[in-house]
Design a protein around this ligand. Structure first.
Ligand code: FES
Ligand code: FES
Length: 184
């Protein structure tokens, strides 16, 4: 009787080199090619600000900025991003120098348990940049005239789920930062 070929175990897989700039610091890693960007940040670089909620692309808790654009870090592999720049919530501000959005979230009571907050913050930074660059969304009426509105915000942040339902306060915080012109 012939034996069927066995699937390679994890130990058989070659590890691959990847260089990531994370929050301005260069990291040269050699990792299992199956490791997600989320697990790379949390398990290899010990940046646990980025949260694992669903691990299936459904909650937004793992949102980070990749070369300035928001991505779900649970849905992409670290080795796909060699040479790219990642910004996590740890790179937005510090306790002594909060990012304007972090400051606004605090003042507007934009979080309760805080689990979704790192993803909400990264997504908000990316959203304000998208609107400023004229990237349309599903609710944009005139594709040549993308304008900030609460409706645009709700649509663009709809992938960031908050079990505590801090949504109105998050919208108020992001709206204030947009009005002040310092959301980048
Ligand atoms: S953990 Fe990535 S979308 Fe939920
Ligand atoms: S603040 Fe608790 S899930 Fe959003």
């Amino acid at each position: 009787m012939t034996q069927s070929p066995q699937a390679p175990s994890g130990a058989d897989l070659p590890r691959l080199p990847v260089t990531l700039s994370v929050n301005g610091e260069t990291h040269e890693l050699t990792i299992d090619p199956r490791v997600t960007l989320l697990d790379t940040l949390r398990e290899h670089l010990h940046l646990t600000g980025t949260k694992k909620g669903c691990d299936h692309g459904q909650c937004g808790a793992c949102t980070v900025l990749l070369d300035g654009q928001r991505v779900l870090s649970c849905l992409t592999l670290a080795v796909m991003h060699d040479g790219q720049s990642v910004t996590t919530v740890e790179g937005l501000g510090t306790p002594d120098h909060l990012h304007p959005l972090q400051d606004a979230f605090v003042r507007h009571d934009g979080y309760q348990c805080g689990y979704c907050t790192p993803g909400q913050l990264c997504s908000s930074v990316g959203t304000l940049d998208e609107i400023a660059r004229g990237v349309p969304s599903h609710v944009t009426a005139d594709l040549d005239a993308v304008r900030f509105s609460a409706e645009e915000l709700r649509e663009r942040l709809s992938g960031n789920i908050c079990r505590c339902a801090a949504y109105p306060n998050i919208i108020a915080a992001v709206t204030e930062v947009h009005a002040a012109g310092d959301g980048a």
